[in-house]
Write a protein that binds this ligand. Structure first.
Ligand code: GLA
Length: 682
């Protein structure tokens, strides 16, 4: 369903960043302020080094105060003013929030929740992606904007809607879901078979009887739920592509994008990725969490991977506190700088914020902004200016690529299906496992790409499958080919369990992978709260002192694989817990349980050693809390910790940020960052 990316568009963002350098700025909402303030805004933007702002995101009520009555005068003035100050504009279609009149005139445009309650205007995002009327109004305003501004010199990028992630269970959604199902299945018999509707007497006589998974007396059919998620992502994507196409039809040659939300569960970003000209993402790490820095690194790796390695745009982040958490911790200036540099390190060529000027009114009045309520005479604004200056020093990294030799399998349908209720344990969470495995590599300074199942894996020396509940034939074949030619493969528990319709694959598991991993299983069980001991066999020469399992285990039998460790006690006592199988030129590890961090790290180290994967530092050992990643010719070192850290960096380097020479050892104060270039490479 994803349209082919027009080749002309592939480098459009690259061209922009090539011209502007790293883009720096944020959401600018002049419609919320009297026009007397606009000039001050533009002047302060120039002072801060802002070169790109996103305009118009929530301006529909101002652009179209009544149906069909358009007022573009204010926007003309804003775009001219920004252009006169040398600031480029990412012009947004205002369609994330229709004005109240749309829902009043056309109540069917409003979304309905699973309990049948229709949501109303007064907040934002009150639309259903299913509604033809909403979509027509959205395309109409997008077309009018595009026709008016396609040649405006300030407009260098287009931004459709905002943070697609709306879900609707109402009659409009039911209609569109049925059409989508007809297209997917052809006949109602095919749907009944795929969904297994003879369980609990769910058999449908006609597509017209099928509903979105609204509130039900008990658990929903997991196949119905999975398809409704697929449909929802598709319906949202259609809202995006309709407006994108309207902008293109008006003659736009600028890159067109929308802002993703990382691992957002309502959008299958592998499906979306080819439809945007540049991957853009909003990132609000919770620094109250001890794993925030590695978790956000994972999101950044996903964004780079979605774009096939091309630079991406950090479209929104907070300069200090958010206002939507129950308790909002501020960011220090160092933290805000480090977050931004981390995104650059992992492939971003745009560092933007929500928002430029802090709102005085409305629900987000306490959300931080580059220009706070207190004005320009503030530490926050000073730090924004300092960040702008830092980013200008990083021009040499623009366009640079991150080369990753490890691929981690992840996809949305597998995640969705894995987390439907009614499974051995609700404690096994796909994203949590991906984060744990990724964190082990992050700590070792090893760059990782996220990979869609079925994709070509030839670029990777090691492939990791932390938890892929659904594994289809093409994905299994790609994994096999990778191992055959010499890659290390590590497969985590409860992988390869189900087919594309969330139906369990019968036979010893993992059905499509068991020959490859040389081990097979017959039951999945929740493990007790107290960790289960895992005893290393002599073959596991690098076993940690203590290896434990928890959450979920499998009853395995070795069918050709070496057993590296067995469960020591409990229901699975004596059964293999970790195995290794040589196939072709490579090796496949299988983990029959969720392993403790030390045991998981030991297996991953073995697999990385076998594949010859090195990190950015010798021995893959970075000091605690230090992130290291190479982008193009630059080595980024970021100290996320509280103490001073030293990193060995052989050879003469220069730090682009401080302009200091670094010879042999980099010393990083808490919260400090370096971007090192080899001196002879300059
Ligand atoms: C999102 C939205 C913005 C704003 C910020 C606040 O990213 O896109 O409009 O609400 O969150 O954190």
């Amino acid at each position: 369903m994803a349209a082919t990316l027009h080749p002309r568009r592939v480098d459009a963002f690259g061209e922009l960043a090539g011209e502007l350098g790293l883009c720096f700025g944020g959401d600018y909402n002049p419609e919320q302020w009297p026009r007397e303030i606009w000039r001050e805004d533009a002047e302060l933007m120039v002072r801060a080094g802002v070169n790109l702002v996103t305009v118009g995101v929530f301006s529909w009520a101002r652009l179209e105060p009544s149906p069909g009555e358009r007022d573009f005068g204010w926007l003309d003035e804003v775009l001219d003013l920004l252009h006169a100050h040398g600031i480029a504009v990412d012009l947004a279609t205002p369609t994330a929030s229709p004005p109240p009149w749309l829902g009043i005139l056309h109540p069917e445009t409003l979304p309905v929740n699973p309990d049948g309650v229709r949501l109303v205007a007064g907040s934002r995002n009150q639309f259903t992606p299913a509604s033809r009327v909403y979509r027509e109004h959205a395309v109409s305003i997008a077309t009018a904007m595009a026709e008016r501004y396609v040649d405006h010199p300030a407009v260098r990028m287009w931004h459709v809607g905002n943070e697609f992630g709306q879900i609707d269970f109402g009659d409009e959604a039911a209609r569109e879901f049925r059409l989508w199902l007809r297209e997917r299945y052809g006949t109602i018999e095919a749907l009944n078979n795929a969904w297994g509707t003879l369980v609990w007497a769910q058999r449908y006589r006609d597509f017209d009887e099928v509903l979105p998974p609204r509130r039900m007396p008990y658990l929903v059919n997991p196949a119905q739920s999975l398809d409704f998620r697929r449909y929802t992502s598709w319906a949202l994507q259609r809202v995006f592509t309709e407006q994108r196409d309207a902008i293109r039809e008006a003659g736009a040659t600028q890159p067109i994008t929308t802002n993703f939300m990382g691992f957002e569960p309502l959008t299958d970003l592998w499906e979306w990725a080819a439809d945007v000209d540049v991957i853009a993402d909003d990132q609000y790490p919770d620094h109250g969490s001890a794993t925030a820095s590695s978790d956000i690194a994972l999101v950044q790796d996903l964004m780079r991977s979605l774009g096939g390695g091309r630079p991406w745009a950090l479209m929104e982040q907070a300069v200090s506190a958010t206002s939507w958490r129950p308790h909002n911790l501020p960011k220090s200036a160092d933290r805000a700088r480090l977050d931004s540099l981390q995104a650059v390190a992992r492939g971003a060529d745009a560092i933007c914020f929500f928002q430029w000027r802090q709102a005085r009114t409305g629900a987000e009045r306490f959300h931080s902004a580059l220009l706070p309520h207190a004005g320009a005479d503030t530490e926050v604004f000073a730090s924004a200016c300092a960040l702008g200056a830092d980013l200008q020093k990083l021009r040499p990294v623009v366009g640079g690529r991150v080369a990753a030799s490890v691929g981690v399998l992840f996809d949305w349908p597998s995640w969705w299906a894995a987390e439907e209720p009614g499974r051995p344990t609700e404690r096994l969470r796909t994203l949590e496992q991906v984060q744990r495995w990724h964190r082990a590599l992050w700590r070792r300074g090893i760059a990782v790409d996220l990979v869609k199942p079925g994709a070509d894996l030839s670029a990777y020396a090691a492939v990791l499958v932390p938890h892929s509940y659904i594994v289809e034939t093409d994905a299994a074949a790609a994994l096999r080919a990778a191992v055959q030619r010499g890659a290390s493969l590590v497969v985590g528990p409860f992988s390869g369990v189900a087919d594309a319709h969330a139906g369990i694959l019968t036979g010893r598991s993992p059905v499509l992978l068991r020959d490859l991993v040389g081990v097979s299983g017959e039951e999945w069980v929740g493990l007790p709260d107290a960790p289960t001991r895992v005893a290393a066999e002599s073959a596991w020469t690098t076993a940690p002192a203590v290896a434990e399992a928890s959450v979920l285990g499998e009853r395995l039998r070795a069918d050709g694989a070496e057993v590296l460790a067995r469960f020591e006690d409990g229901h699975l006592a004596g059964a293999p817990a970790i195995t290794r199988h040589r196939v072709g030129e490579g090796t496949a590890w299988y983990l029959g349980a969720v392993l403790s961090d030390a045991a998981l790290a030991a297996v991953l180290d073995d697999a990385l050693d076998a594949a010859g994967v090195t990190g950015v530092v010798p021995d893959r050992v970075l000091p605690e809390d230090v992130e290291g990643i190479r982008r193009g010719d630059a080595l980024f070192l970021l100290n996320h910790g509280e103490g001073t850290r030293h990193v060995t960096v052989p050879g003469p380097h220069r730090d682009l940020l401080s302009d200091a020479d670094v010879d042999g050892q980099a010393t990083l104060a808490p919260g400090a960052a370096m971007v090192l270039i080899e001196r002879h490479a300059e």
